[in-house]
Unconditional design. Structure first.
Length: 311
């Protein structure tokens, strides 16, 4: 073969080998870079997870705590299968103190805002980490069971609302400035209806009466009280009604207009859905209203777990 051709072929082979070497180096550098980037991402993810875990294990500020508590409230699961829920009609209006009119509390939002205005005047309190960690609240969420009765609802509200409210009041009471601003004279405790002067026990009732007892007394009502030394002062009445017995749609329909129970509900009967909702809501509110009057309590609310009616 012509020496020049051989030299040319050899040069081409050297160039091909050089290109392959350069390509191999580029591939290796690219792999190293990808491996480095992957490791950096993994390290960043591990760091973020560690920081998130640390943050979730830290005590919470009030705004963060309230946001997490709200998330607890929206995870409620309602049992609607009749074979798995408590049955029984909502209480009647007979033998109870009946409100003359049930109407919209048009200053409710304004009065709520007054509380936030007082808190805003003490910004240091809003930034202090005084409350349960997100990790602890997540554990509470894991313990929540589906709601099929007033007993389930009572437990659900105790874990998601009452314990958390008590913690907030306790922290406020420990702060001299806020304690004075809110006029607090002590902490609060939640007690069942049976602990506030009613001597009837479940064991004293026959099986046919126990369901009514649980709905109208034990399961549906509790109250909070201020504790000033040994003095116990009822401050708020709460009526718990299982959400499958008083639905959100029934509440919205029943409260669409003012209700005059004596004129529009008592002694009346109809299969009209609007009337049925009005009668149901009036009966539930009357139950709570009657209790509030008897105990001299000015404020209260009906709770179904997914809806609240404030009085």
């Amino acid at each position: 073969m012509d020496p020049k051709i051989q030299e040319l072929l050899a040069e081409l082979e050297r160039e091909r080998a050089e290109r392959e070497r350069e390509r191999a180096e580029l591939d290796q550098e690219r792999q190293w870079r990808q491996d480095a980037e992957a490791e950096a991402r993994n390290e960043r993810r591990r760091r973020e997870e560690a920081e998130a875990l640390a943050a979730s294990s830290e005590s919470s500020t009030l705004p963060l705590f309230l946001r997490a508590c709200h998330e607890l409230l929206v995870v409620i699961e309602i049992v609607t299968d009749p074979t798995r829920t408590t049955q029984g009609a909502v209480m009647r209006l007979t033998n109870r103190r009946v409100p003359s009119c049930i109407m919209l509390w048009d200053t409710f939002t304004e009065e709520q805002m007054k509380v936030w205005h007082k808190l805003d005047q003490h910004p240091h309190f809003l930034t202090e980490k005084l409350f349960l960690s997100l990790h602890q609240l997540d554990y509470v969420r894991q313990l929540i069971s589906p709601i099929s009765s007033e007993w389930d609802l009572r437990y659900y509200e105790r874990e998601t609302v009452e314990n958390q409210v008590r913690a907030i009041i306790d922290r406020i009471y420990e702060n001299d400035e806020l304690k004075k601003a809110f006029g607090l004279r002590g902490s609060i405790t939640f007690e069942s209806h049976a602990n506030l002067g009613l001597s009837t026990r479940v064991a004293d009732l026959n099986p046919g009466d126990q369901q009514s007892f649980i709905e109208s007394i034990i399961g549906t009502e509790s109250s909070t009280g201020k504790r000033n030394g040994d003095e116990h002062i009822p401050a708020l009445a709460i009526e718990y009604k299982a959400p499958h017995k008083l639905t959100r749609d029934e509440i919205m329909g029943g409260l669409a207009q003012d209700i005059h129970p004596s004129k529009e509900v008592i002694g009346k009967d109809s299969d009209d859905p609007d009337f049925c909702s009005k009668r149901l809501v009036a009966a539930v509110i009357t139950q709570l209203f009657s209790y509030m009057v008897a105990k001299g309590v000015r404020y209260g609310y009906v709770c179904t777990g997914e809806a609240f009616i404030f009085l």
